[in-house]
Design a binder for this molecule. Structure first.
Ligand code: AMP
Length: 283
């Protein structure tokens, strides 16, 4: 397994593979790898001859410096996991390599109507940071496929829109959310939970499942279902940011006419901000 910190050395390797007619899949991450990340790596391996994983805690997508500084960085353990799972290349650029002119004056990409709702509402600039770093990575790596998790549903929707509208040549592929046995979506941020909170956090997915069942089985309005789910979260000790029923196609508000739905939630428990979602197909 190679590790590259510079764009030029990574691209020399990619060029070599291209000369050998190898296909390439790319999995961008912020490190602190868990089984969810590794499931994307496995998917990448099924698709392509060679797999590149990037580890980069992207400062441009953090609106809160304390959150950026606290983000778990576990490069040695990550490298061991990637080696064990037959990753071909790990790309670990520094912020200077990614933003050599500084972040304040860097060209940024915005995806309108996607970046200002749900998780974008309380995190100004977050999705511009995501779109910008992903566009840069896709341009640098020039992979055939890039794999993203459905766990970050809004991020995935935004990246799909960006890739289509900017005519990027890499095909975007998604992988399902990996969960703990109790249903809690795996996340690097789960480390901020105590073991008691980790069991309690499973209620988040249970509530999403309850909402889905109510959409399918009742005639209640989506507004009522959302309000009651938010109250249930509050009663359980979560500080809920939103729990919304949206259309999968554009993440706009959904009503009973819509058939392809996604229920998204963001809530704080203790020190952790947790997000999760579940899709609901009424067709
Ligand atoms: P992160 O390191 O959190 O930025 O995530 C890197 C990639 O892994 C993103 O595409 C995430 O959506 C994906 N991911 C994170 N958690 C999970 C999970 N539990 N299951 C599947 N994919 C995940």
């Amino acid at each position: 397994m190679h590790q590259f910190e510079q764009i030029s050395t990574l691209q020399t390797q990619v060029k070599k593979w291209r000369q050998q007619n190898k296909t390439i899949a790319f999995v961008p991450t912020m490190g602190n790898l868990h089984l969810g990340h590794l499931s994307l790596l496995e998917k990448a391996k099924q698709l392509a001859d060679k797999v590149i994983v990037s580890i980069f805690v992207n400062p441009l997508q953090f609106d809160d410096k304390a959150d950026l500084n606290a983000y778990p960085r576990t490069l040695d353990a990550d490298m061991t996991l990637l080696l064990d799972h037959d990753c071909d290349v790990v790309f670990t650029p520094s912020a200077n390599v990614m933003y050599p002119n500084g972040m304040d004056v860097h060209t940024t990409i915005s995806v309108p109507n996607m970046d200002d709702k749900l998780c974008g509402l309380n995190r100004p600039g977050h999705f511009d940071g995501v779109a910008t770093v992903v566009a840069k990575f896709l341009n640098i790596v020039q992979a055939d496929w890039a794999i993203f998790g459905e766990k970050d549903y809004q991020q995935l929707s935004l990246i799909n829109r960006m890739a289509t509208e900017l005519n990027l040549s890499t095909q975007i592929v998604s992988g399902p959310t990996l969960r703990e046995d109790n249903g809690l979506a795996m996340s690097s941020r789960n480390q901020y939970l105590t073991s008691e909170q980790r069991s309690h956090a499973a209620h988040l997915y249970r509530i999403l499942q309850d909402v889905k069942a109510r959409i399918e089985l009742s005639v209640d309005s989506f507004d009522l279902i959302q309000q009651q789910a938010m109250s249930a979260l509050t009663e359980l000790g979560f500080v809920a940011e939103y729990l919304d029923i949206r259309r999968t196609e554009d993440l706009d508000r959904a009503d009973r006419q819509d058939k392809s739905l996604v229920i998204l939630v963001a809530a704080r428990l203790g020190k952790a901000r947790l997000i999760d979602n579940i899709t609901c197909d009424l067709a």
